[in-house]
Design a protein around this ligand. Structure first.
Ligand SMILES: Nc1nc2c(ncn2[C@@H]2O[C@H](COP(=O)(O)OP(=O)(O)O)[C@@H](O)[C@H]2O)c(=O)[nH]1
Ligand SMILES: Nc1ncnc2c1ncn2[C@@H]1O[C@H](COP(=O)(O)OP(=O)(O)O)[C@@H](O)[C@H]1O
Length: 241
């Protein structure tokens, strides 16, 4: 199969719950859409697990994927694990808010649950790759207000250590992820905020403070958060070496 994530994935998803008037119980407020991206192995899952303990009410979207389940992963919890045929059916039915091919597998965000939560006034968090974050940014309804956060490694060498140390991929898959990581790190500037994952609790606190803060206008100055410290992207070079 070959569902192209280009024009198709970026196309308007069509009318859905997000187009409805927001719920009266939430004073007409829509929830905020947060997107967390960053290279494979930077610590997204680890930081998110910490964040979800701090914000137990936060709604997190479970993605669909065609990759195989790793030991310890649970279907419906970490991902919904699908066949390529089923994934293609979801693409054809416009059931995915965004989707992308990453390191030889397909990944996507089921659209309906995200739109329903946002319409009900709940904040939503997506953990997706950079291609998916770009599609969210281009989304005609949700893109302008979405808050895009990049989780960055302290250095590329540390990223390699984490990815190989995790031991979940064979050498070829690790190489594919490291190759993708260089491009992903170069895309950091497209994000509204950067959180540097030097220390897991500090990075999770950085995310909590971003989520608690006012909703920044799209295109406003980006900030780098490393625990408690903030500054512009310009104050820190990307971790490409
Ligand atoms: N576009 C997109 N990317 C996703 C989605 N779910 C997960 N990803 C990304 O796919 C990449 C690979 O994920 P995974 O196979 O779990 O590997 P890991 O990030 O190395 O643990 C990561 O960058 C994830 O953030 C999704 O729904 N859409
Ligand atoms: N701040 C950190 N310091 C040291 N190791 C970390 C840190 N954050 C995550 N790790 C480790 O790095 C590896 C990759 O983390 P993981 O959460 O699986 O990354 P991702 O979801 O981004 O692919 C794991 O072994 C994890 O325990």
């Amino acid at each position: 199969m070959n569902p192209s994530p280009g024009a198709d994935a970026g196309a308007p998803p069509g009318p859905g719950p997000a187009d409805r008037a927001a719920c009266p119980e939430t004073d007409g407020r829509r929830g905020r859409l947060f997107v967390l991206s960053g290279p494979s192995g930077v610590g997204k899952s680890t930081v998110l697990a910490h964040l979800r303990r701090e914000l137990p009410g936060l709604w997190y979207s479970v993605s669909v994927t065609t990759r195989s389940r790793r030991p310890g992963e649970r279907d419906g919890v970490n991902y919904l694990f699908l066949t390529e045929d089923r994934f293609r059916e979801m693409v054809a039915a416009h059931d995915l808010l965004e989707y992308a091919r990453f390191a030889g597998h397909w990944y996507g965000t089921p659209r309906g649950p995200v739109e329903e939560r946002l319409a009900a006034g709940e904040d939503v968090l997506l953990e997706i790759d950079v291609q998916g974050a770009r599609q969210v940014r281009r989304h005609p309804d949700l893109g302008a207000a979405a808050v895009l956060v990049f989780l960055a490694p302290p250095s590329f060498a540390e990223l390699e250590r984490r990815l190989t140390g995790r031991g979940t991929e064979d050498p070829a898959a690790t190489e594919a992820r490291l190759a993708a990581a260089r491009d992903e790190i170069a895309a950091e500037r497209e994000f509204d905020h950067t959180v540097v994952n030097t220390d897991v609790p500090a990075a999770a606190r950085g995310l909590v403070s971003l989520m608690a803060g006012p909703h920044p206008a799209a295109g406003s100055d980006a900030a780098v958060v490393d625990g408690a410290s903030t500054g512009g992207h310009g104050s820190r070079p990307p971790a490409t070496s």
